[in-house]
Design a protein around this ligand. Structure first.
Ligand code: C2E
Ligand code: CA
Ligand code: CA
Length: 284
């Protein structure tokens, strides 16, 4: 049975074996897929809750696979981390996102949004990171403040202190640093003293209880979000709430003190043209 196969690895489990083979095949085709430009980037607005202005956009990678169709990052990012290809894939995303940012910069000037790019743990440890970012900024002409890097708590925790120097240098250059999925990782906040940060992104799981329009916010979730916002502000950081799916949530988060929100209530991730339309015409 499946449950047995999970705990007793020595037992041959055909289902598990098939999954492993599929994963292996997928990872083996990734380098060629990168060459053939099968990956692309969608963008999702980061919205200022005070006035619903699009102040930033998160770059989210997708894979248009010739056989399997559209693959979400959950299907292949983990694989890319295991094989190490995440360093190349991540650099590719960074480059594309900055090129897109420079188009918005040309069209919208100072009203152009910053682009927020996810950085895998392996990338934060890559000795070429600072050089890559510097040359991409130089080539695309966007200012360092036009770029944000998102790291999860576990990525920061899993990175040795001297390897965080690269991120400290990027921070000093003006590149924005955000902690992704804040609150879901280590409950140990020591990393906030190891790494300079601009922004905390509160994971969607904490804002779920603020969702329903027809009943009061869940008191525990409300207290947790309130405490995270208080902590962030005490440290001089801003807060973006993720997974905002309803108007009620957006309003409650604004009232609690979150600066920005991200989620389906505002917009799903989509092509850059959709973001351009939001920037011209507003979200609603
Ligand atoms: P994440 O960084 O936490 O990104 C937010 C995820 O939440 C995205 O999933 C987004 O589509 C989804 N989302 C946005 N609004 C809502 C909402 O209102 N409700 C719900 N339920 N979900 C919402 P996506 O695009 O499937 O990405 C999944 C994860 O893959 C990301 O989670 C990130 O960890 C990773 N990822 C995506 N692109 C990259 C990349 O270029 N590099 C790396 N290293 N990781 C990436
Ligand atoms: Ca993210
Ligand atoms: Ca997140």
């Amino acid at each position: 049975a499946k449950s047995e196969g999970k705990s007793r690895w020595a037992v041959y489990d055909p289902e598990r074996n098939a999954r492993e083979v599929a994963r292996f095949r997928l990872s083996a085709t990734m380098p060629a897929a990168l060459e053939r430009e099968e990956f692309f980037v969608d963008y999702q607005p980061l919205v200022r809750l005070a006035d619903n202005a699009v102040v930033g956009v998160e770059a989210l990678v997708r894979w248009r696979h010739p056989e399997h169709g559209l693959l979400s990052p959950d299907r292949f990012i983990g694989l890319a981390e295991e094989t190490g290809l995440i360093v190349q894939l991540g650099r590719w995303v960074l480059e594309h996102a900055c090129q897109q940012a420079s188009r918005w910069q040309r069209e919208f000037g100072p009203a152009a949004p910053y682009v927020s790019v996810n950085l895998a743990a392996r990338q934060s440890r890559d000795p070429g990171l600072v050089n890559d970012v510097e040359s991409i900024l130089r080539d695309t002409g966007i200012p360092p403040t036009g770029l944000q890097l998102e790291l999860t708590e576990s990525a920061v925790m899993g990175t040795a202190d001297d390897q965080l120097d690269a991120l400290r240098r990027l921070y000093e250059m003006g590149v924005r640093i955000a902690i992704d999925d804040f609150g879901t990782g280590y409950s140990n906040l020591a990393y906030l003293r190891r790494l300079p940060v601009h922004e905390l992104k509160i994971a969607g799981s904490f804002v779920e209880g603020l969702r329903a329009p027809d009943k009061p916010a869940d008191p525990v979730d409300k207290q947790i979000v309130g405490a995270l916002v208080t902590l962030a502000h005490a440290l001089g950081l801003t807060v973006t709430a993720e997974g905002v799916e309803t108007r009620a949530q957006a309003e409650r988060l604004r009232d609690i003190g979150c600066e920005s929100g991200q989620g389906w209530f505002f917009a799903r991730p989509g092509p850059p043209e959709t973001i351009s339309r939001f920037l011209r015409e507003g979200l609603f």
